[in-house]
Design a protein around this ligand. Structure first.
Ligand code: SAH
Length: 325
C-alpha cells in the first residue's frame, strides 16, 4: 500500500467517504511534490518535452501579440505549472530577441519541479498561487495545467465519493457522470480578471472537449500507460479532460475576450510549425528524422493534434493572438 493510500484510508475511516475532488487533490499534491514525472523514464511526456518547436511557436504567438498591443515594457512572462521549465526556455528564446525584456514568473507548488525549473530559468520568480502574481500585463501560458486541477463528479445530482470497500478504495456509486471543476473555474476567473485589469493574453493548452458533455474523463497514467484511477494513490498522474466551453464561459463572465477553441495541430500549423520543422531539419540534417517524428506527434490527428485544444483569453484592450480566426 502506498503511503498516501494509508493516509486516505485513515481519513475515510475518520470522516467518511471523500469526494472525487478531495481524492484528486490529495493524489496530485503528493504526486507532483515527490517527483519529476516527465520523459521516457517517467510517467508521461508533454508537448514541450517532445520538441523545442512547441515552445517556440508559443513564444512567437506571444511576441506577436505583445508587439501589436504596443509592446508594454511592464509586461511579464508567466506560466502556470511549468513542469521542467522547457516550454518557458523555448518561448523566451523567441520572446527575448523580439525585444521582450520582462520578468519571468512561475506558479508552481512542487518543490522538486521548482528545482528543475531553476536549472532552465535561473532568474524566475516562483509563486504558490495565481493570486500571488504581480499586477502587470501578462504573457501567460498554461500547458497541461488545468487538467491536473481537481474535478467533482456528479451522478443523478449526488456527488460521487471514494470510500473503502473490501479492503480497497472504491467509488460509492456508478452511473452517468457530470463533471465540474470549481478549482479550474477559479484559476480561469483569476487569470481573466487580471487580463481585464492589467492587459495581456493567456494561452491555455490541454486535452479536452470544445463543448460541455456528460462523461467520466478522470484518468490515471503511469509509466506511459493508463492505470485504474483508484490504484496506487499518489504514485500516478491523475487528470481529467478540460471542458473548454466552461473555460470560455468563465473567462467571458469575468469580462475577458475569448478566442474560438482550436485543435492543437491546426493551431501549430497556422502559426508555421511546418516551416519551423523544415528550418530545423535543413540546419541539422542528421536530426531531420527526429524533427519529422516530433512534428507528427504534435500535429497528427492520431496523436496530439486533435485531442489537445488551444484557447486564448485576452484583455479586450489587446488584439487576439494570431491563428484563431
Ligand atoms: N506545463 C508543463 C507541466 C505539465 S504537468 C509541461 O507542459 O511539461 C502539471 C504541472 O502543474 C506541474 O508542473 C505540476 O507541479 C503543476 N501543478 C499541478 N497542480 C498545481 C497547483 N494546484 N498549483 C500549481 N502548480 C500545480
Amino acid at each position: 500500500m502506498t503511503p498516501l493510500e494509508r493516509a486516505i484510508r485513515d481519513r475515510i475511516r475518520a470522516e467518511g467517504p471523500i469526494s472525487v475532488e478531495a481524492y484528486m487533490e490529495a493524489c496530485n499534491g503528493y504526486y507532483y511534490a515527490t517527483r519529476d514525472p516527465f520523459g521516457a523514464a517517467g510517467d508521461f511526456t508533454t508537448a514541450p518535452e517532445i520538441s523545442q518547436m512547441f515552445g517556440e511557436i508559443v513564444g512567437a504567438a506571444l511576441a506577436d501579440c505583445w508587439k501589436r498591443s504596443g509592446a508594454p515594457a511592464d509586461a511579464i512572462y508567466a506560466e502556470l505549472g511549468p513542469g521542467r521549465g522547457t516550454l518557458a526556455g523555448d518561448a523566451l528564446r523567441v520572446l527575448r530577441p523580439a525585444g521582450f525584456a520582462g520578468d519571468v514568473h512561475f506558479v508552481e507548488t512542487s518543490p522538486v519541479l521548482r528545482d528543475a525549473q531553476a536549472l532552465t530559468i535561473a532568474d524566475a520568480q516562483w509563486h504558490d498561487a495565481i493570486d500571488d502574481l504581480p499586477e502587470a500585463p501578462l504573457l501567460l501560458v498554461a500547458n497541461e495545467f488545468l487538467d491536473a486541477l481537481p474535478i467533482r463528479q456528479w451522478i443523478d445530482g449526488a456527488e460521487r465519493r471514494v470510500t473503502v470497500a473490501a479492503g480497497g478504495l472504491a467509488f460509492d456509486r456508478d452511473g452517468e457522470i457530470l463533471e465540474t471543476s470549481p478549482a479550474r473555474d477559479a484559476a480561469v476567473a483569476a487569470i481573466a480578471a487580471r487580463l481585464v485589469r492589467n492587459g495581456g493574453v493567456a494561452l491555455m493548452i490541454d486535452y479536452g472537449h470544445p463543448e460541455s458533455a456528460p462523461g467520466d474523463t478522470l484518468q490515471a497514467v503511469r509509466g506511459h500507460g493508463f492505470a485504474p484511477v483508484l490504484a496506487n494513490p499518489g504514485e500516478q498522474d491523475l487528470t481529467a479532460h478540460v471542458d473548454f466551453e466552461a473555460v470560455a464561459r468563465v473567462a467571458a463572465d469575468a469580462g475577458a475576450s475569448v478566442t474560438p477553441v482550436l485543435p492543437q495541430g491546426d493551431w501549430l500549423k497556422r502559426l508555421g510549425i511546418n516551416a519551423r520543422a523544415a528550418a530545423l531539419s535543413s540546419g541539422n540534417p542528421a536530426r531531420s528524422e527526429d524533427v519529422r517524428a516530433a512534428l507528427h506527434r504534435l500535429t497528427a490527428t492520431s496523436e496530439m493534434g486533435e485531442l489537445f485544444k488551444v484557447i486564448a483569453i485576452h484583455s479586450p484592450q489587446w488584439p487576439a493572438p494570431a491563428g484563431f480566426s
